[in-house]
Design a protein around this ligand. Structure first.
Ligand code: ADP
Length: 266
C-alpha cells in the first residue's frame, strides 16, 4: 500500500512539476513578449518626432521661406525636441523606479508640502483655464520618497488638466480613512474613460486616444510611473471614471505609512 501511495505521490509530484515548469515558461514568454513590445514602442515613439524634425530641417535647407514661416517651422521643431526630451525623461524615471532600492519607511513627508508643490504645478499647467481646488482634511505626514510621491501626483494632475476641457474642475484632496490608511485623490470633471480601457491604463504606452495624448504632450508612460511609485510604497492605485463626467484617481497608502502631524514640543 505504501508503495502504491508513493508511486501516486511521485506521479503527482511529476505532474505538478510539469505544471509549474509550463507555467514558468508561459510567464517567461509573456515577459519576453512584453520586453519586445516595449522596445518596439520606444523605437517608434522616438523615431516619430525624429522623422518630423528631419523633415523640418530639409524644409529649412531647401525652401526659401518668409521670416514668419521660418519662425513657425522653428517653433514646431522646438516642440518635437521637447517631446523627445519628455519621453526620455519618463523612460529614465521608469528605469530608476525599477532599479532603485525601495523608498524609505522612516522619512516623513508632510502632506501639506506635497500639496503645495502640486498646486503650483497645477496652476502652471492649467494657466487659468480650470477651477482648481487643493486641500487636506487634517494635517498628516506620509513615510516614503518625496520625489517619487511628487512625481506620481504631478503625473495625475497633468492628466487631469490635459483631459479636462477649459472651464472644468480639477481637485487634489487628502484625507485619512477611519482605518488609518491615507488617500490622495486627484479628480476632474473632464472627458472620462470608458470602462473597457480602465484595466489597461497603467500599461506602458497604453493610450485611449493616441492623437489627443500626443497633442497635449503625453508620453503614454505617466500612469505606468504612478503605478510603480504607488506599488513601491505598498499602496494601491484606484480609478473611477465615467465618460463625459470625469475621472477620479486615488492613491491609497497603507496605514503604517501615515501619521498625524506631530505638534512641536512645549
Ligand atoms: P498620457 O501621457 O497619454 O496621458 P498616461 O499613462 O498618463 O499617458 O495615461 C494613459 C491614458 O489614460 C491617456 O492616454 C488617457 O487616454 C487616459 N487618461 C489618463 N488620465 C486621464 C484623465 N484624468 N481623464 C481622461 N483620460 C485619462
Amino acid at each position: 500500500r505504501d508503495k502504491a501511495t508513493l508511486s501516486v505521490a511521485v506521479r503527482g509530484y511529476g505532474e505538478a512539476m510539469k505544471l509549474v515548469l509550463s507555467q514558468d515558461i508561459t510567464e517567461r514568454e509573456r515577459a519576453e513578449t512584453m520586453r519586445r513590445d516595449f522596445v518596439a514602442n520606444v523605437s517608434h515613439e522616438i523615431r516619430t518626432p525624429l522623422t518630423v524634425l528631419a523633415g523640418f530641417i530639409e524644409t529649412l535647407r531647401d525652401l526659401p521661406l518668409a521670416e514668419a514661416e521660418r519662425q513657425r517651422v522653428l517653433d514646431l521643431m522646438a516642440q518635437q525636441a521637447r517631446r523627445m526630451d519628455t519621453l526620455v525623461g519618463d523612460l529614465l524615471t521608469l528605469a530608476q523606479l525599477e532599479s532603485s532600492p525601495p523608498p524609505p519607511n522612516d522619512q516623513w513627508v508632510p502632506v501639506a508640502r506635497l500639496l503645495e508643490v502640486v498646486e503650483t504645478d497645477a496652476r502652471t499647467l492649467s494657466a487659468g483655464r480650470h477651477e482648481l481646488r487643493v486641500g487636506a482634511a487634517g494635517a498628516a505626514e506620509v513615510a516614503g520618497s518625496e520625489t517619487e510621491l511628487l512625481s506620481a501626483l504631478a503625473n495625475l494632475v497633468s492628466n487631469a488638466v490635459r483631459y479636462t476641457p477649459p472651464g472644468g474642475r480639477v481637485e487634489v484632496l487628502w484625507h485619512a480613512r477611519p482605518d488609518g490608511a491615507g488617500e490622495l485623490l486627484v479628480q476632474d470633471t473632464g472627458i472620462g474613460i470608458a470602462k473597457e480601457h480602465l484595466a489597461r491604463l497603467t500599461e506602458r504606452f497604453y493610450r485611449v486616444d493616441g492623437s489627443r495624448s500626443r497633442e497635449s504632450g503625453g508620453t503614454g508612460l505617466g500612469l505606468s510611473i504612478v503605478k510603480h511609485v504607488v506599488q513601491r510604497h505598498g499602496g494601491e492605485l484606484q480609478v473611477h471614471s465615467e465618460p463625459g463626467q470625469g475621472s477620479r484617481f486615488c492613491i491609497v497608502l497603507p496605514a503604517w505609512r501615515v501619521r498625524g502631524l506631530q505638534r512641536p514640543e512645549g
